[in-house]
Design a protein around this ligand. Structure first.
Ligand SMILES: [Zn+2]
Length: 306
């Protein structure tokens, strides 16, 4: 059994208000068709359909303050209630206290230890590595956990060779913002197909998407709507290619943000947990998930990596 974990930073389940919630405004016909005609908002969860399940998951975990990326991602990767243990939410990048949880206890480490294959399918451009190597930038929790498991992040060369996807799925950002004019580009549907093909090579693969949190902080409705409409195409290509008998796709987030553009801060909203695949797999996967800590144990059980 395989799992593809789609991580979208900073998306919560918000209100049905197109003035502040891009999910209430964006045209996402494919996702909507999977959700019985409904949109990705608070009232839609819980939902179980032929190929998709939507649950509403609490990222606050009983700790005061708004949930943050470093602790939220670390919870997703370990299943440990780190905010409760530390007494605070923290981010965006992990401090030493959060980082200690990301060495040896993550779903990446467990996959490696059981001899299974795992990959972070997002490629990182040269300037990302330059920032890390110079000490100017810290890894966020996901790449930190991944490299701590003894694995290498995909590079520009991997992207050009077709072994990974760009952080925006399509690769246009590599041309536009990184000025790599010869970077491969995909339309959203083909990017989704590519993602399915790449994920089929691993037991556990994760794709990290951060532009959603960025649009939330910028309160940028146009960007948020554009991103989610593009993502709908990616999802269509992905699910049309994905074989449900091979495993499951899950989509979740570390905290809310983009679903409420009336504030540039994170929100206390629940986050969506979307499961795509065989109905029996989805039911088995979700049975002990009550908050964000339930997801990593469910992945471990599904992949038998405990
Ligand atoms: Zn943020």
């Amino acid at each position: 059994m395989k799992i593809l974990f789609l991580f979208l930073d900073g998306i919560g389940l918000g209100e049905n208000d197109p003035e502040k919630n891009p999910f209430a405004r964006a045209k996402m016909p494919y996702l909507q068709s999977l959700l019985g005609g409904q949109t990705l908002i608070h009232e839609t969860a819980p939902f179980e359909g032929d190929r998709a399940t939507l649950l509403s998951v609490d990222p606050n975990l009983g700790t005061e303050g708004l949930p943050q990326s470093a602790t939220g991602q670390a919870v997703l990767l370990t299943g440990i209630n780190i905010p409760a243990e530390l007494g605070y939410h923290y981010g965006p990048k992990p401090n030493p206290e959060v980082a200690q949880y990301l060495d040896g206890k993550t779903i990446f480490s467990k996959t490696v230890k059981t001899g299974k294959k795992t990959a972070l399918l997002s490629a990182y451009p040269p300037r990302y590595f330059a920032g890390i190597n110079s000490g100017k930038h810290l890894y966020s929790s996901i790449p930190l956990a991944f490299t701590n498991a003894g694995l290498s992040l995909f590079t520009k060369e991997d992207y050009y060779a077709g072994n990974a996807l760009a952080a925006d799925f399509t690769g246009y950002g590599w041309r536009e913002f990184l000025h790599l004019r010869d970077a491969p580009v995909y339309n959203p549907k083909d990017a989704g197909k590519k993602l399915a093909e790449l994920a089929s090579q691993y037991d556990l693969s994760l794709f990290e998407y951060w532009a959603s949190d960025y649009a939330g902080h910028k309160q940028d409705m146009d960007s948020a709507v554009r991103q989610m409409e593009r993502f709908d195409g990616v999802l269509k290509g992905l699910l049309e290619t994905w074989q449900d008998e091979d495993g499951m796709i899950l989509l979740t987030s570390d905290h809310g943000n983009m679903e409420d553009l009336s504030t540039r801060r994170h929100t206390a909203a629940n986050v969506p947990l979307l499961l795509f695949g065989d109905k029996d797999h989805r039911r088995e996967f979700q049975k002990d998930i009550h908050d964000l800590t339930g997801i990593a144990p469910a992945i471990s059980r599904f992949l038998e990596i405990n």
